[in-house]
Design a protein around this ligand. Structure first.
Ligand SMILES: [Zn+2]
Length: 309
């Protein structure tokens, strides 16, 4: 099944807030939250969490990575739920201690809120919260676990490639996997967008590792949730797509004599211009695309050097 709405997606597992920037709640004795989307949605996430947990407070928020649209409301949620502990990788913790990174996260969250307001989005919000800096209380690495209830455990998996700080989370016994952007993102046109920003080979390796898990529910960081056959198919399709996408960039680099801007323009035409709304802003897309092409260019140049030896 491909789920496009919020609500309970598996036994005790909920997708809340907005499908564009969902917060996942795994309910149990110690309710755990995964990712915290945009700051301005903070009040909505909190309201929807309370609907499910009642007077119990969520115990822990785990972050897939320190991008603005995945940790935006973390500080807001901490102020609403004072006992909430925030967990992430050691690399994410470091990023979140850098004043410049915090400034950028804050700015991008403000722009996202402005954009939502301008588009006339009516969320019934009394309070459009802005980003509140926060500290990571618990650092997680490959194999770290968090106990949600006697029979339910969250396990962290290191899945670098989108960024270096990426963790994915596997919930047992529901066999639910939450990947942030480590497994790409499906667009509303059905295409799976490969999301490596820092390194193609790490991204591929991480995706391969994820595709070998026994998965019944898959929640990538945006848009859709996949279950059963569709979850397994998604991971296989995403792997194929990233190989194809690498070949496309390598090809364009050769044809355009490694001219980054030309390659970016060509790929934008094929990819972004065809993509239906909602999609990221053009400037954000181009920034990410150029980062992606640069990593491929470095890879091509390394291979050329090796071939000369
Ligand atoms: Zn990201």
């Amino acid at each position: 099944m491909i789920i496009q709405e919020n609500g309970e997606i598996a036994d005790g597992i909920y997708s809340l807030g907005s499908t564009w920037a969902p917060l996942f709640l795994i309910d149990g004795e110690n309710p755990v939250l995964i990712d915290a989307g945009f700051s301005f949605l903070g009040e909505i996430y909190a309201r929807e969490i309370r609907k499910i947990t009642g007077t119990r407070q969520p115990s822990c928020l785990v972050l897939t990575h320190a991008h603005f649209d995945h940790c935006g409301a973390a500080g807001v949620l901490k102020s609403i739920f004072p006992k909430l502990k925030i967990a992430a990788s050691a690399k994410a913790k470091k990023i979140l201690q850098r004043p410049n990174a915090v400034k950028l996260i804050k700015q991008l969250n403000k722009e996202a809120a402005d954009g939502a307001r301008e588009s006339g989005l009516d969320l019934g919000l009394k309070d459009w919260r802005s980003f509140e800096p926060f500290e990571v209380d618990i650092t997680l690495k490959e194999g770290s676990t968090i106990r949600i209830s006697e029979n339910c455990i969250l396990k962290a998996l290191e899945t670098p490639g989108h960024t270096w700080d990426c963790l994915s989370y596997y919930i047992d016994p529901q066999k639910a996997l939450f990947t942030g952007e480590a497994a790409g993102i499906a667009g509303h046109n059905g295409h799976i967008y490969s999301e490596w920003l820092v390194n193609y080979d790490s991204y591929y390796k991480s995706l391969k590792k994820l595709s070998q898990l026994d998965v019944m529910v898959l929640g990538p960081g945006h848009n859709f949730i996949f279950t059963e056959k569709d979850a397994r198919q998604y991971l296989q399709a995403s792997l194929k797509e990233c190989v194809k996408y690498l070949a496309l960039i390598v090809n364009c680099l050769a044809e355009e004599n490694k001219d980054l801007q030309q390659v970016a323009n060509r790929i934008k035409k094929l990819e972004y211009d065809q993509q239906p709304e909602p999609k990221q802003t053009e400037s954000a897309y181009m920034l990410n695309l150029k980062a992606r092409i640069k990593t491929v260019l470095r890879r091509v140049e390394k291979e050329e050097k090796m071939a000369k030896k």
